[in-house]
Write a protein that binds this ligand. Sequence first.
Ligand code: C6P
Length: 406
Amino acid sequence: MKVKSYRADFPILMRDVKPGLPLVYLDSAATSQKPEVVITAMDNYYRSMNANIHRGVHTLAEEATAAYESARAKISRFIDAGSTREVIFTRNTTESINLVAYSWGRKFLKDGDVVILTEMEHHANLVPWQILASEKNIKLEFIPVSDDGLLDLAAYKDLLKLEPKLVSFTHMSNVLGTINPAKEIIDLAHLAGALTLVDAAQSVPHFPVSVKDLDADFLAFSAHKMCGPTAIGVLYGKENLLTAMPPFMGGGDMIRKVALRSFSPNELPYKFEAGTPAIAEVIGFGAAVDYLSGIGMENVQAVEEELITYAMEQVRQFPQISLLGPDAGSKGGVLSMVMDIAHPHDVAQILDQHGIAVRAGHHCAMPLHTRFQVPASTRASFYLYNTPEEVDKLMAGLAHVIKLFS
Ligand code: C6P
C-alpha cells in the first residue's frame, strides 16, 4: 500500500514505454526517478527567485541564497554532519572523490605512501587514485573480494600492516549490492593511523547513514541517485581536514581577498565551491532530502530488502542465470545477472521490449567484472517505488530471453 502511494509521487512512473506497455523502471542504481516535489522546487526557483547567490543584496539574490543554504543545512542533518561547514557541494560522487585526491592527496601524500582501495570499486574510486599514483609514486593496494562477493577482512587486516595513509572504499557495491561493514573498516583504519573515504553513492540513497556514527573522514554521494537532480553531489569532510586542505579550483566565491599575484581562500565550505554553483539543483537536492526524510530511510530500506529477497528467490527458478554478489541478507537492492546463452546487451534489449529498464555492461566496474571472469552483466536495481509485481514482470521477461536464446 505504502509503495503505491510513493509511486504516485513520481510522474514518470505513469508513462508507457510504448502504447499500452507501462514503464518498469529497474535502473535506479544508475539514476533514480524524481518526485513531483523536487521538480516543483526547481521550477519554483526559476519562476520566482532566479538570481546568483552570495553576491547580490537585492531580494531575489537574498531569497536564492537562503534557499541554497537551507538545502545545505537539510543535507547536513540528513547525514548527521557536525556542521554545514563540512558539507561541500560538488557535481557528483566522482567530483567529490577527485576533490580529495587532488587537494588532500596532492598535499599530504608523498612518494611511497600506501592507499588501500578494494577490488569492488567503481571507476570513480579507482581512476583518481591511479592518476595520483602515476604522479606521486603512491602504492595502491586492494582488499580482495571473495567468490560470494564479500570483502576479505582478514586480508584487509594484513594490508593495514603496510601503514596506509588512506583507506577509500565503497559502502555498497553498485554491481554486487554488497553492503560493506563500513564502521569496522573505518575503526580498523583509524587504529592503523589511516584516514578513510567512503564512496556512499549507493548507500546514502538507500539506508540511514550517519557520518558521526561511522566516524568517516570523507564521504561522497550524488543527488541524482536519491530522488534529486543530476549534476549535484556532496563531499562531506571533517572540518579539521577540510581546513588543512588547499582549494581544489580557483575562481569566484572561493576567495576572501585577491590581489594581482595572490589570494587568500574563503572559509568553509565556500573555499571548495568556486564559481556560480548549481543553484536550482541544490534547491532540488534539498527537496529530495525532505522527501526521503518524510518517508524515513528505514522504510526505504525495508521496501528494498523485501524486493531483493523476493527477486533472489524468483530468479533461482532459472538455472541459466548466475548471480554476482552475496545473499539477500548482506546486500541492497541490486540484482546482477550473467547468462552464458545471451549477452547482457541482448538481455537488456529484450527486456526493454517488455517495458523493463535495466542496465547492461560493466557498470563502471571493469576490474570487478574481471575478478569474476565475466565481461559484463545485466543489472536490475530497485528503489522505494518498485513493487513485487514489477519483479514478476522482470521474471517473465527473463523467461522470454531464455526461450529465445535456448
Ligand atoms: N554508478 C551505476 O549505474 P556519479 O556518476 O559521480 O554520480 O557516481 C559515481 C559512482 C561512484 N560510486 C558508485 C558505487 C557508483 O555506483 C557510482 C555511479 C552508476 O552504477 C553510474 S556508472
